[in-house]
Design a protein around this ligand. Structure first.
Ligand code: ARG
Ligand code: GLU
Length: 718
């Protein structure tokens, strides 16, 4: 009886983990794995309406946007919808003092006004095939990891030549389940993507860093683009002759909004998750790696913020850097909080105990996985100091821009050692790149970052991970980082674009001699050398070990927990995640509603503020309650939350209702739930979406872009 209860308990807890909201599912497997459950949760369409290779389905409206976000087609003229922060680079590139699209927004009222973006692209997924058998052809257990990988690479190369595809299509092959499965993607990439519309940042990034990762939220985080194709509707490089793309499928926009409990699914390209780690890896994240990275970023943000508050120019120059440092910094804090609050480590240990019991009870599993957990634990213990050194290096060195510039300048020495032609080519590249970087560079800020972060580099690290040359010069300066930074920044030429241009203007021999003699270049060389000599080799070989053990553990979990349906970790491939619209309780005594309204925008409004200002027209529209068909009962919905399992890369993903119609645009997660990348917990994990009615309100009432409203198809079930 006791044994029976235990088994029941195990299967309930395992079943629970894999149930409902959790999971980033493969679209081609929805029919076999998820359709029943999706319908039980409220879905009214079939899996074949979501993914179908013989006729247009929802997947044909979804694109990977520039490789870092998701976007969706919302008209039969190739109109694309994504986030403001996904389109930000494009918006910034078209902005100038005269046409400040970041500040004022941008709207094309006809096709001629749409703006081209040379580096943007949109990739459709045509077909997904399981190619595991072909990839593992000839792979045996006796191969070393290196031999195994090179055999796999050979199989991939062979497959790429044999798979049938059209000339304008591409093939992408990716490992899943830590390398236990492989899928092939046939894709079509369109490269003529034009900017169509973006609200002012005061709407598209309302609340900026203060509100980032937070609920309640009031951000209109969207922008619009259009895909252009050649006359045959096929991918083509930019050309004035290109025409708006005719999609196989465009999403329809629902006018109905959402209510508590409604079915939603988010369809997009989530970047990276780690849901199947050993408990000791989670412990390391909570106790070592997240705190180290947070501490470094806290210092960096303090320095930059200090300057930004005092100086308008620096405020503009460092806005993007500050936002990006702050984004992960805030996310990691939420991650620690969530992992701690939900007892993630203890729960994972319980799961490991169940795993161990099942393995012990089955001889064939016992044979294969006997010491697996013990070895994993040991491997994570072994890698800890090296992983810490890696985090330190990666977090500190690139934030002192003098080091990055030194790396670029030193690359000229490598080029010089090849031949003159290589040097000349590299010189042009470096000058090009540095011209851009120096636009967002301030010597005083960088020097303070140097003082503050290199202090951490020396204080908090094991002695042999610290550059001897750096230590020596620090001692020379009486262990004062201020004295050291003053000396370095007054001697180096690498902290000024003018000095660099002058240095590279002379003869090649002179330039090379000057680069070699530069103090920053010399110090950086030793910092880099120390890392690649004393950290990288051991780190890499331990990592290969962990990868092998994790791959085995992934398979082992699937072999042991046979009742559970597994989904693969995110890897920037197309996924579907589904759940229900749901409020949540972040802390005792506090309940968060699922929907926010424009009343909340006005509550946060601070005239002239850097984060919470608003365009006058928005305030007028609000005061007149001029919401058009987009408001309900005199209120304008703005954002909502649901229990969909999303991560970075899902930005811009469509949130679809039970009928597959667009109700929202995914752009964030709630702070308490950012640990969903490691341990999804339906009690506090929520994704944040802009209500599509807010997007349409802004396009229609604020921008008065009737041309865009006219090409969209709206639907209502009411
Ligand atoms: N947290 C969101 C994401 O991870 C939004 C980031 C952009 N917004 C910002 N305020 N930094 O991408
Ligand atoms: N803002 C994130 C992105 O750019 C999405 C938020 C998340 O990490 O879930 O993809």
């Amino acid at each position: 009886m006791k044994k029976y209860c235990l088994l029941l308990l195990i299967s309930i807890s395992i079943f629970y983990k894999g149930f409902a909201e959790e999971g980033m599912w493969l679209p081609q497997l929805l029919q076999s794995l998820n359709e029943k459950e999706m319908k039980r949760m409220g879905m009214k369409i079939n899996a074949a309406d979501i993914y179908n290779i013989s006729k247009g389905s929802l997947k044909d409206a979804i694109v990977s946007f520039g490789g870092f976000c998701t976007a969706e087609v919302i008209s039969d003229k190739g109109l694309l919808l994504s986030n403001h922060h996904c389109g930000f680079d494009a918006i910034q590139n078209h902005s100038s003092i005269q046409n400040n699209y970041i500040r004022d927004g941008f709207w094309a009222y006809n096709h001629e006004q749409e703006l081209k973006n040379p580096s943007l692209f949109a990739t459709f997924i045509i077909r997904i095939d399981d190619i595991t058998a072909a990839i593992f052809n000839g792979i045996t257990n006796i191969l070393t990891e290196k031999e195994r990988q090179s055999a796999i690479d050979k199989n991939i190369a062979a497959l790429k030549t044999s798979v049938k595809k059209e000339s304008y299509q591409d093939l992408l092959i990716r490992p899943f389940f830590d390398g236990n499965k492989y899928f092939l993607f046939v894709t079509e990439t369109y490269r003529d993507i034009r900017l169509v519309g973006a609200p002012p940042s005061s709407i598209g990034n309302f609340g900026k860093d203060t509100d980032n990762w937070m609920w309640p939220r009031h951000t209109g985080d969207f922008s619009m683009f259009r895909i252009y194709a050649d006359k045959n509707n096929k991918p083509a490089a930019y050309s004035a002759d290109n025409v708006p793309y005719k999609p196989k499928r465009a999403l329809h926009i629902s006018l109905d909004g959402v209510k508590e409990g409604d079915f939603t699914m988010v369809f997009g390209f989530p970047g990276r998750t780690n849901e199947y780690l050993h408990s000791s890896a989670i412990e390391q994240t909570v106790n070592v790696s997240d705190p180290a990275k947070i501490a470094i970023r806290t210092k960096a943000l303090q320095v930059i913020d200090g300057f930004m508050r005092k100086d308008e120019v620096i405020k503009i120059q460092y806005a993007a850097k500050y936002a990006s440092i702050s984004n992960a910094w805030k996310k990691w804090q939420g991650e620690i909080l969530g992992l701690t609050k939900t007892n993630a480590v203890a729960k994972r240990k319980e799961q490991e105990d169940s795993f161990e019991k099942i393995v012990l009870s089955k001889p064939e599993l016992n044979m294969a996985y006997m010491d697996l957990l013990k070895n994993l634990k040991q491997a994570y213990t072994d890698i800890e100091p090296y992983a810490y050194a890696r985090d330190y290096y990666n977090e500190i060195i690139p934030k002192v821009e003098l080091w990055g510039i030194s790396a670029d300048m030193n690359s000229l020495l490598t080029a010089y050692s090849k031949d003159e032609e290589t040097y000349i080519k590299r010189k042009a590249e470096v000058l090009n790149k540095l011209e851009d970087s120096f636009k967002e560079y301030n010597v005083a800020v960088d020097q303070k970052l140097f003082e503050s972060l290199m202090d951490l580099y020396c204080k908090d690290q094991q002695a042999d991970y610290i550059s001897p040359a750096f230590k020596a010069i620090l001692i020379e300066k009486g262990n004062s980082f201020t004295a050291l930074s003053e000396s370095v920044y007054s001697q180096t030429a690498f902290n000024s674009f003018d000095k660099i241009k002058k240095m590279l203007n002379g003869s090649m021999a002179e330039a090379v001699a000057a680069i070699k003699a530069d103090v920053a270049g010399q110090l950086y060389t030793d910092i880099f050398k120390t890392y690649v000599t004393n950290v990288s080799p051991t780190l890499n070989s331990l990592q290969i070990d962990i990868n092998r053990l994790q791959r085995t553990y992934m398979q082992a979990q699937m072999d042991a927990f046979t009742q559970k349906t597994f989904y693969p970790d995110a890897n920037s491939t197309l996924r579907v995640t589904y759940g229900n619209v749901k409020n949540y309780q972040p802390r005792d005594g506090v309940k968060y509603e699922f929907q926010s309204y424009m009343d909340g925008v006005m509550e946060k409004y601070l005239p002239g503020d850097y984060e919470f200002d608003l365009p006058k027209k928005m305030i007028d529209l609000y005061n007149k309650k001029d919401f058009g068909r987009w408001g309900v009962n005199g209120r304008q919905p703005v954002c909502f939350i649901a229990a969909n399992h999303t991560t970075g890369g899902n930005s811009g993903s469509p949130a679809l209702d039970a009928y597959g119609n667009l109700v929202g645009l995914n752009f964030d997660r709630v702070w308490e739930g950012t640990m969903s990348d490691i341990n999804y917990d339906a009690s506090i994990c929520r994704n944040i979406m802009v209500d599509i009615r807010y997007v349409m309100f802004i396009v229609d009432k604020f921008a008065e872009a009737k041309n865009l409203i006219a090409e969209i198809k709206f639907v209502s079930k009411k």
